[in-house]
Design a protein. Structure first.
Length: 209
């Protein structure tokens, strides 16, 4: 589904959305729930892309519904797989997730990909800017592309409104709130969360804060 110029929501990933940015180099943001890889590839083909057209895959954080198809898509595309350094132990499976997420990771299995590159301070990948937004996980990031914020699990949308991700799912609620306040100072018109459909910002961010 086209959101606006160069920005697409992949409907095959409903439940934990994957987004496609069709700039100079096609980029995927997150990879969705495990088991969706074939459907994601088919949807890319409907948009005129082969897997090896994807240049970069950006993971916002380590949760299984975001890294679920990363290994397959990385192997098929040969794209550079990016992730936050603080979340690497969970992505690579060298450290167990905390709390409820440990249970979820036990029930919902995702193959661990090998991350090629980690985000640095002020990281830009083409026309995309990586914004540190810790709180949901230690290294959670959001991604800013022109007037669009890809929010990962920083916020969710429901019935045209935004709200913070529920507290029991967060690594640090205080840091999440600070990240939301920090992002609110940036300029963007669209919010594309992993959970819930994209919404135009309007005053929704300010109301949420």
């Amino acid at each position: 589904m086209r959101i606006h110029t160069n920005v697409y929501l992949l409907e095959a990933s409903k439940g934990s959305y994957v987004y496609l940015v069709m700039g100079d180099e096609p980029v995927l943001i997150d990879t969705g729930m495990p088991g969706r890889a074939d459907r994601i590839v088919a949807e890319l083909q409907e948009l005129g892309l082969r897997p090896d057209d994807i240049a970069h895959i950006l993971l916002t954080h380590h949760d299984v519904d975001h890294i679920g198809n990363a290994k397959f898509l990385q192997e098929q595309s040969k794209a550079t797989l990016w992730a936050p350094e603080q979340d690497l132990p969970y992505i690579h499976g060298t450290e167990k997730r905390h709390g409820l997420k440990r249970v979820i990771a036990t029930l919902v299995k995702a193959e661990s990909p090998t991350v090629d590159a980690v985000y640095g301070p002020g990281q830009k990948i083409g026309n995309l800017e990586v914004i540190p937004t810790p709180g949901h996980t230690p290294g959670h990031v959001s991604v800013l592309y022109q007037d669009t914020l890809f929010a990962g699990d920083l916020v969710t949308s429901s019935k045209g409104k935004l709200k913070a991700t529920p507290g029991f799912l967060n690594w640090n609620k205080g840091e999440l709130k600070q990240s939301i306040r920090t992002v609110g100072k940036l300029s963007f018109d669209w919010v594309c969360p992993a959970h819930g459909t994209p919404v135009q910002r309007g005053n929704l961010w300010e109301v949420m804060v």
